[in-house]
Design a protein around this ligand. Structure first.
Ligand SMILES: Cc1ncc(COP(=O)(O)O)c(C=O)c1O
Length: 507
């Protein structure tokens, strides 16, 4: 199949039906004088079947959660129920604009309000904003609220944020975007938070500590309330990175653990297609003392009381409420990614109060998969090694776990990256690799709650096959994908952000 752009400049080579909406002359009339092009743009020209073939061909070159098992640790790539898509495409949601009056937006506003309430309840927070559109933006937003809180208390001198060495890179990045200096503390042997290192790091310059629980090693931080006490006693705030919220919903919550602020990755915990920068949603929740700093506005409601002229709805009037002059302002145009919020709402609504079943299954699947990988019938697990080692104080992990390929590398030179690439040939997305950095040759695996035992058994068996393959086959993988090994650094160093079509004459 040739690339669609080879059709450029070959107009009229195929027949498409006339536009069902407006004649071309009608369209022209509706464009203000001086705003229409002098010449045709140099866009590719192709007939409808050519376009359909092109995009179908492209989609076949891609890998997605609908193509195969996607065990991407920490990034939680879940099955996306199709019902979510139906709901988000309802005209009352899909066909509205944020500038319409509130009377037109009652349905969407009530969804936003319910989402805020649900997130606050399951995280033990008091107020929530849905404005940030990524976990990382949520981190930035919450750390800004914490910064304003310290300033309002005359404690603006607090200029350090503590992160454990197992933290996701966005944690130090977000804090440093707020102007904070980062203090990294090493994990204890076994991978958990080291309270001694934390005590040594806190001081009257501590603004906050950022940590996820369970950690990126899939380990529950059992001493988290003690950590919160240490940070609070030093005058700092506790920030919960909610990327791993999938493991604990309904069982415990960050509020009980002593956190003051949290972000939720709606696009991980509550399904959603995501990746490549969007579409995401990274709301934050905060305790009462931080609420007045939230971005403005938030969804609110008041009782319609006896004067309910239409007598419809649930008896409440929903509206956008200004947070007030302490607000850090807006962090996103409009009100965030409404479509992502609605999909997440649809997802959680099907569980309702039984949301904890989701976490139970996610943790069960993770432990089952880890167990069968580490205890194969044959002797193929000699190249892998769980971190921390199986049989240590953590026979159980949470919703994800890490494997170190370091022993394999020592055995025959095959690295974690090689194994990840070879898994593509078996029809799987690679697990997350080389994160957390404290695990050498790391593969981080998160099966999520919806995968069946058969899928997990097959994956474990295929991973064992990879480990016993001839090293040359693995180090030269992938062999079956449209794109082989790419230079991952080149793309980051040489950004090409515009399609060449943009620079055609006539623009
Ligand atoms: C532990 C952790 N924290 C934060 C983030 C950032 O979330 P986002 O990708 O939505 O910006 C991620 C993303 O993978 C993560 O795994």
């Amino acid at each position: 199949m040739s690339d669609i752009f080879s059709f450029r400049g070959a107009p009229g080579t195929g027949w498409s039906q006339p536009s069902p909406i407006l004649e071309e002359s009608e369209v022209r009339k509706s464009i203000p004088n001086g705003a229409s092009r002098k010449a045709l743009p140099g866009w590719p020209r192709a007939s409808e079947p050519e376009i359909v073939r092109h995009y179908t061909w492209l989609s076949n070159r891609n890998f997605g959660i609908d193509t195969g098992f996607y065990p991407l640790g920490s990034c939680t790539m879940k099955h996306n129920p199709r019902l979510n898509e139906k709901i988000v495409q309802l005209p009352g949601i899909d066909r509205i604009h944020p500038l319409q009056p509130e009377s037109h937006l009652q349905g969407l506003l009530s969804i936003f309000f319910e989402m805020q309430e649900m997130l606050a309840e399951c995280s033990g927070m008091d107020s929530v904003t849905l404005q940030p559109v990524a976990g990382a933006q949520g981190e930035f937003t919450a750390i800004r609220c914490i910064q304003e809180y310290h300033r309002s208390n005359g404690e603006g001198h607090r200029d350090k944020v503590i992160v454990p060495d197992s933290a996701h890179g966005t944690n130090p990045a977000s804090a440093s975007m707020c102007g904070y200096e980062i203090v990294e503390i090493p994990s204890a042997e076994g991978g958990r938070l080291d309270l001694g290192a934390l005590s040594a790091a806190v001081g009257d310059d501590t603004a906050a500590m950022m940590i996820t629980n369970p950690s990126t090693l899939g380990l529950f931080e059992v001493e988290i309330t003690e950590a919160a006490r240490i940070v609070h006693e030093a005058g700092g705030q506790m920030y919960y990175d909610g990327a791993n919220f999938n493991a604990i919903i309904g069982k415990t919550d960050p509020g009980r653990m002593g956190f003051d602020a949290v972000h939720y990755n709606l696009h991980k915990t509550f399904s959603q297609p995501h990746g490549g920068g969007g579409p995401g949603s990274g709301p934050i929740g905060v305790r009462e003392h931080l609420s007045r700093f939230l971005p403005t506005p938030v969804a609110a409601r008041k009782s319609k009381g006896a004067e309910d002229p239409e007598g419809v709805g649930d008896g409440f009037w929903y509206f956008w409420e200004d947070v007030g002059e302490s607000s850090i302002g807006k962090v996103q145009q409009w009100h965030g990614n409404a479509g992502a919020v609605v999909r997440a709402w649809a997802f959680y609504r099907r569980y309702g109060r039984e949301l904890e079943m989701m976490s139970e299954h996610a943790v069960l699947n993770s432990n089952y998969l880890r167990h069968i990988i580490m205890n194969p019938d044959k002797e193929t697990a000699e190249g892998i090694h769980c971190m921390p080692a199986e049989g240590a104080d953590t026979d159980l992990v949470m919703h994800e776990f890490t494997l170190s390929m370091a022993p394999l590398k020592e055995l025959n030179g095959v690295t974690g990256k090689d194994v990840a690439k070879r898994l593509l040939d078996y029809g799987y997305m690679s697990p997350t690799v080389y994160f957390p950095q404290i695990v050498p040759e790391c593969l981080m695996i998160e099966p999520t709650e919806t995968e069946s035992k058969e899928v997990l058994d097959q994956f474990a068996s295929d991973l064992h096959s990879v480990l016993s393959e001839d090293p040359e086959t693995v180090t030269s993988a992938p062999h079956t994908t449209p794109v082989k090994r790419v230079d991952e650094v080149w793309a980051a160093r040489n950004l090409v952000l515009r399609h060449p079509g943009d620079s055609f004459p006539g623009r």
